[in-house]
Write a protein that binds this ligand. Structure first.
Ligand SMILES: Cc1cc2nc3c(=O)[nH]c(=O)nc-3n(C[C@H](O)[C@H](O)[C@H](O)COP(=O)(O)O)c2cc1C
Length: 319
């Protein structure tokens, strides 16, 4: 009997969709696997490119897990799936609103409860805190997170700090400044290489014990943890939670008073990113020799369950 895989996700620019298509191609080619795609549909589309204030005004509800609604799913929520691939992008160090709306739905209770789940993230480069939120929500739903695949922008964080917001706010990916800032987003060869994950799943899923909680993607470089970003992500997330709470107390997103305070926060945030992120990276580098074990433990925890190892890459050659 063939195995059934449900692929759920939403992508605004098509980047995450491209990753999912590359990853799912070997599953579609397998005679033993049936794939059902379920694109999430926000009840009202998010704007793209994003108006400046709307972009930042989205963070309080995103961080406080109060998403705008999505439409009911097409798939029968009582249908059986042997594996769920849940693809999401990071918004303000949290899972994006459409995927959070799904996680809070009744459909998620049925589709994810007791099921093995592989999360797939495509984002700029800060995904650690978002995945910790995702791990907690999946655990509450009784889902079993077996793997996590993360694709990020490979350009220098200083470059993507400029190119990603420019992409989101203007719709143009770049390159910018005559090529000094490379085009925003995940390079095409990285996206194509996501096929190795689909190949590994296609090879293992048909014979896999349905009760297994073991990862399928170890040794394939499914994630890579940038330890220099750990402290920045923790500090920034705390700041989003506190300021998000304050802004939500002031009023709904449409409130003028809230938008005025938001402008103040944007100035504070940009100053903080330009100072705290490089500073904490330098401190982390200086303290690294003293904190080797602690950092290794942190890396392993963030990289779980798939891990950072790349010793099995030859087994599933990239097309
Ligand atoms: C509102 C918003 C907030 C974002 N916040 C983050 C973030 O905190 N970390 C990150 O790595 N990427 C962030 N991004 C980039 C997204 O994760 C993603 O790469 C980009 O939106 C393209 O994804 P998509 O077109 O597949 O939806 C953000 C994008 C948006 C629109």
């Amino acid at each position: 009997m063939s195995k059934r895989v449900l692929v759920i996700g939403w992508s605004q620019t098509g980047q995450l969709d491209a990753v999912v298509r590359a990853l799912a191609a070997p599953l579609l080619a397998s005679p033993d696997i049936e794939v059902v795609f379920e694109p999430l549909q926000p009840a009202a589309p998010y704007p793209f490119p994003w108006p400046f204030l709307r972009f930042f005004n989205t963070f309080p509800e995103t961080v406080h897990e109060d998403p705008l609604p999505i439409r009911p799913l097409q798939v029968d929520m009582h249908a059986h799936f042997d594996l769920v691939i849940l693809a999401y992008q990071v918004w303000f160090l949290s899972p994006s609103q459409p995927v959070m709306a799904f996680l809070q739905s009744r459909e998620a209770v049925h589709l994810l409860g007791g099921r093995p789940v592989i999360t797939v993230i495509a984002c700029r480069n800060m995904w650690l805190m978002a995945q910790e939120v995702m791990k907690a929500r999946l655990a509450e739903l009784g889902a079993v997170l077996v793997d996590n695949v993360v694709l990020v922008d490979r350009a220098h964080p200083a470059a993507t700090f400029i190119s990603t917001p420019l992409w989101m706010l203007t719709g143009r990916r770049g390159p910018f400044l005559g090529g000094r800032i490379p085009a925003a987003g995940i390079p095409a060869d990285e996206i194509a290489a996501a096929a190795r994950f689909g190949a590994a799943i296609a090879a293992q899923l048909p014979q896999r014990d349905p009760a297994s909680r073991e990862p399928m993607l170890r040794g394939l470089g499914a994630v890579s943890v940038n330890e220099r970003l750990i402290a920045s992500e923790k500090i920034a997330r705390r700041s989003f939670v506190i300021w998000g709470k304050l802004l939500r107390l002031i009023g709904p997103p449409s409130s003028v008073a809230r938008q005025l305070v938001l402008c103040l926060y944007i100035v504070f945030l940009v100053t903080m990113i330009l100072t705290v992120v490089p500073l904490s990276a330098v401190i982390k580098r200086l303290l690294a020799p003293l904190m080797r074990e602690r950092i290794a433990r942190q890396r392993a925890a963030f990289a779980a369950p798939s891990g950072e190892a790349r010793d099995n890459m030859k087994e599933y050659p990239i097309p």
